[in-house]
Design a protein around this ligand. Sequence first.
Ligand code: SAH
Length: 358
Amino acid sequence: MTTTETAVSKKEQLKGKTLSELKEWFLANSEPSFRGEQVFNWMYNHLAEDYSEMLNISKDLRKKLDEKTILNTLRITDKKVSSSEGTVKLLLKTAQDNLIECVIIPEEKRCTLCISSQVGCPLDCKFCATGIMGYKRNLTPGEIFDQYAIAQRNYDRAISNIVYMGMGEPLLNFKNTVKSLEIFAEELTTGISLKKVTVSTAGIAPKIKELADTGLKPKLALSLHSCFEEIRSKIMPINDKYSLSETIKSVFYYAEKTGTRITFEYVMLKDINDRIEDADALVKLCRRIPSKVNIIPFNSLQHINPKGISAELIPTSKKEIEKFANYLRDKNITVMVRDTQGSDIAAACGQLAITQTA
Ligand code: SAH
């Protein structure tokens, strides 16, 4: 670590604190608790970049805050815009010079931001570029929120939806993910409601239950990819730790407890999970639980020269994907086939791997 980094990390991060934590923080610093509400408003609604913007706070206090705390946890180091659909990939740097990415996906009726929860990912899913780059650390709640703040400040349309589908496994960074959700859920936060937030997980069974028990009720997406234990274990090593049957039980619990509909994400891999028996098993599962299926065309990992099984994975053709989707639709299952937005700038699902050294 350089001396500058040490100096930076000694300052406290105010961003990432919930409303009650901010109120307590100001009380502990001999200030009235309503200052916590004011700063909450500036950080999470006005997305202030600098304490000097916080005009209802005295100059002296702003100076003190500036000396003691950090307001911005991330900075933009690169921005790529997809030529076809306007997808924007932001490359962001933390105070310790870790690199992460977030992606803005504009559509006609909504504008979705895909955010990261960890630097890298420990899960090693065979079809995912982030897994291949390995795991560095959990993001703080402030760093999770700041992706939204930075993206919104640098984009002219309002971001309407947030998906925790960037780098990392949000439920392995449980505490910080929940804190970031608490901030979005807070009544005082006007920009985003949890009805528009989706947490995507590879299936950390006990944490799915714990998330249900928080009472926060974000939408839950399970990266399913196969209804068969053996196949799922082959492409997702986490399945050896939390079997599909255990994970599905947690997902049932989540749907029941929160009253929400589950999204099953399904990356189409030729001859691995796109056969008729795969479709039949998916139908059977979806009939047992309020859910929809989100079919994702497999995005090539060729840009990072994959090894082993990863190098052997082939995308199911567009025609076969449509056939698979229609087979499910004929059985009254709700199915979406996702666009591969941003594939020209490696911003599509599973392509978020940093090629520069962090
Ligand atoms: N760890 C979380 C969130 C990150 S991945 C999870 O596993 O859900 C977000 C989604 O992109 C997941 O459904 C993931 O399985 C999918 N994905 C990963 N790599 C992909 C690829 N190469 N092509 C298409 N989708 C991919």
